[in-house]
Design a protein around this ligand. Sequence first.
Ligand code: ATP
Ligand code: MG
Length: 427
Amino acid sequence: MADKLNAVKGMNDILPPDSARWEWLEDKVRDLMARYAYRMIRTPVVEPTQLFVRGTGQTTDIVEKEMYSFEDRLNGEQLTLRPENTPGVVRAAIEHNLTYDGGKRLYYMGPMFRHERPQRGRYRQFYQLGAEVLGHPGPEVDAELMLLAHQLFTELGLQDIRVEMNSLGVPAERQAHRAALVAYFEQHQDVLDADAKRRLHTNPLRILDTKNPAMQQMAAGAPQLLAYLGEASLKHLDTVKALLDACGVRWSINPRLVRGLDYYSHTVFEFITDQLGAQGTLCGGGRYDGLFEILGGKPTPAVGWGMGLERVLELLKEQGTATGAPAPDAYAIVPDAQALPVAMRTLQALRAAGVSVQMHAGGAEGFGSMKSQFKKADGSGAHHALVFGADELAAGEVTVKALRDGQGAQQRRPLATPQDWAATLRA
Ligand code: ATP
Ligand code: MG
């Protein structure tokens, strides 16, 4: 036999029955997005590397060490598997002038790629749901986006997720704060780790959200951006807070929550759980009013978030929330090949009428005994068995047998008019 090939480390197959949980989640998302009037956007999985260098930021973990980049062998272009989708959405918005007639509310779902150390909740291919609002400067859309994420978690039945937020103000406010921050860190050189020393002059804000316990006490005492916010920025933040309050969403301010990129402004936020260990951030986002310009577009305010769907599913499992297990309405039992034309025609009609039916498929030895077929029917979880036996067919009928009512009640139904009794099969 030939050598066996395996999936790339950190990239997972999603198999049945687990894939049904994904579909369940994706259906919930689509339904919710429709009610908030957000429209789907799909952009390519591969983008020019420069999009992320500029749009995600040279000094981020993603660009410094996590990107899958390669050269197109045919024309030498530098390409990257998208590590996140915000830059792609903004690129598309600029390219197609999406905001020419006003703001747009968009969402996406799909795979992202980051070369990280695989562990629970951290993979090299993972799925993100994201929502972005383009072209609206006001705090009401920041609040709306947070309400959207909050409502999704509520409708999924998830509990104990806290909302942390902060404001990064505007560039001038950040510059004043940055100077104070660098001075503070310079006084604490002895505590800074190698990463922090490197970031001191490139991206000092990022030192604030260090995951190194030895630095956290020092970081906690650093000057807070909140103290540098002017009146307009404070008002923006206060409005977001007031709108969340009005809608009954509890939040807290985390002054060390930063996104650390120059194009971020005003609101930043995260939805966090304590039940997934170190990978507890389910959703992170913020306002990125500067990004359009960085990517060559006209100044356009924008705000959005990204959510890791593996983490959401993991938390659903952790909290024991049921996620509808699919079973067909009916399983068709076919004694032999002669029954196939009538059986398959009937099943087509039933499916067209909204019934889900799984047909027994034969093996090399034929279709197997009735007993073994009933066993399969039972195992499929179906509520009914449809028996296309010779007796039945001779009478122009099919036997419908209840598999889950405890007594196996059965009835004959006419083959000529499946649409008339299809509804009785539906669970
Ligand atoms: P972290 O601090 O956990 O690395 P991040 O700041 O890199 O997160 P974002 O870029 O904000 O994450 O992505 C948004 C969300 O996507 C995260 O909150 C998380 O739920 C999810 N996510 C990020 N990286 C991964 C990954 N490698 N595997 C699975 N989910 C991920
Ligand atoms: Mg990361």
